[in-house]
Design a protein around this ligand. Structure first.
Ligand code: SF4
Length: 374
């Protein structure tokens, strides 16, 4: 299956921890970017695709009508595009009456609302500008509009966040009855104001032990409320997994449009330039978009596929890997598997390899070890 990713990089404000490709929203700039995006999409041969995902940036910084028109263009260009799912990331404070109704009419099926926290002090620390009532209204509007899935993003390891306040955010999400919850530990990204804060005052940030406890509580609370922990950071009620992201974890192919967008086709991974002016000029000229690309070959490609599969509850199915890549994972990676089994982070069933509950917290380290193992 092919997934389509579209990057919409404008935001109403810039959060101090963020290192995504993003710029402050300006109408004229945002309109010019849409022209470039349409030119890039027009220059690519159309084909069947199963999912479309608008990420950012803040996609709903654009008017609902603009997103609806873009969705129609993509669905023409990629017949079947979005047959399974069309997702939009949205900031709650920007949701206006009627927006989600227009999304639904255009074929959009899912919204992922960037909440991060329900606790006012944490919202302020993160530089976000919504309140609880706006989140509640956004979820109610999504429901009333008939969107098939509503997801919330929450963040832990936030400065000043306690176990109790983290539980409060989890409980609010559960009480809203959303279909899907993503929980991310805050990471300190190079070059951000948060990195400078962390350098000055490391004690302001939760330590690893608190972060691990917060993660464990998220699993306990969300699983207890009936959500399946189907990927390291993602929880879904039955039938509400994110199909677009599942395609990434299955090492499926995807096409990315927009500044900084990533693609994976025919074993080649490429990432568009993050220079907005360079991107727009290249797109307007009919491409190609300056990109960095890398062809994954041999055992490197297998390591990447293991890294992605291990993130999921299904883990690495030995027979599938043998069939797809011709590799006996249990034998080829025996030293790595043995090490993490000893440490209680990996476990082997007869037909597959999965992270243990504790291993999910250290998932990035464990998964990364398969990529670097020669
Ligand atoms: S976190 Fe989201 S809303 Fe904040 S600056 Fe980054 S992309 Fe924009």
């Amino acid at each position: 299956m092919l997934g389509i990713y579209v990057h919409l990089p404008f935001c109403p404000y810039i959060c101090p921890y963020c290192d995504f490709a993003k710029w402050p929203m300006q109408r004229s700039r945002a309109r010019a970017y849409l022209d470039a995006l349409r030119a890039e999409i027009d220059a690519v041969p159309g084909e069947e695709a199963a999912t479309i995902y608008y990420g950012g940036g803040t996609p709903n910084a654009y008017d609902a009508g603009e997103l609806a028109a873009l969705t129609r263009l993509l669905r023409e260009r990629f017949p079947g595009g979005g047959a399974r799912e069309i997702s939009v990331e949205a900031n709650p404070e920007l949701v206006r009456e009627g927006d989600f109704g227009r999304y639904a009419q255009a074929g959009i099926t899912r919204v992922s609302i960037g909440v991060q926290s329900f606790v006012p002090q944490e919202v302020a620390t993160l530089g976000r500008r919504h309140d609880r009532a706006q989140v509640e209204r956004a979820v109610a509007q999504a429901r009333a509009s008939g969107l098939a899935s509503v997801s919330l993003d929450l963040m832990f390891a936030v400065p000043g966040q306690s176990l109790r306040s983290w539980e409060e955010s989890l409980d609010c999400a559960i009480a809203l009855g959303v279909d899907h919850v993503s929980t991310y530990g805050l990471t300190i990204e190079a070059g951000t104001p948060y990195e400078r804060w962390h350098d000055r005052e490391p004690a302001a940030f939760p330590d690893d032990a608190l972060e691990a406890e917060q993660y464990a509580i998220a699993i306990e609370r969300l699983e207890g409320a009936g959500y399946e922990h189907y990927e390291i950071s993602n929880f879904a009620l039955h039938g509400h997994r994110c199909a677009h992201n599942e395609n990434y974890w299955r090492n499926g192919e995807y096409l990315g449009f927009g500044v900084g967008a990533a693609s994976f086709r025919g074993g080649e991974r490429s990432v568009h330039t993050r220079d907005l002016a360079v991107y727009e000029a290249a797109a307007a000229a009919g491409g190609p978009i300056p990109s960095e690309s890398e062809r994954l070959r041999g055992i490197k490609a297998v390591g990447e596929a293991i890294m992605l599969a291990l993130r999921t509850a299904q883990g690495v199915a030995f027979a599938e890997f043998k069939e797809r890549y011709g590799v006996n994972v249990a034998e080829r990676y025996a030293p790595v598997i043995a090490r993490y089994e000893r440490e209680g982070l990996l476990q082997r069933a007869s037909d597959r390899l999965v992270l243990t509950k504790r291993g999910r917290f250290f998932g990035n380290d464990v998964c990364g070890a398969f990529v670097t193992f020669e």
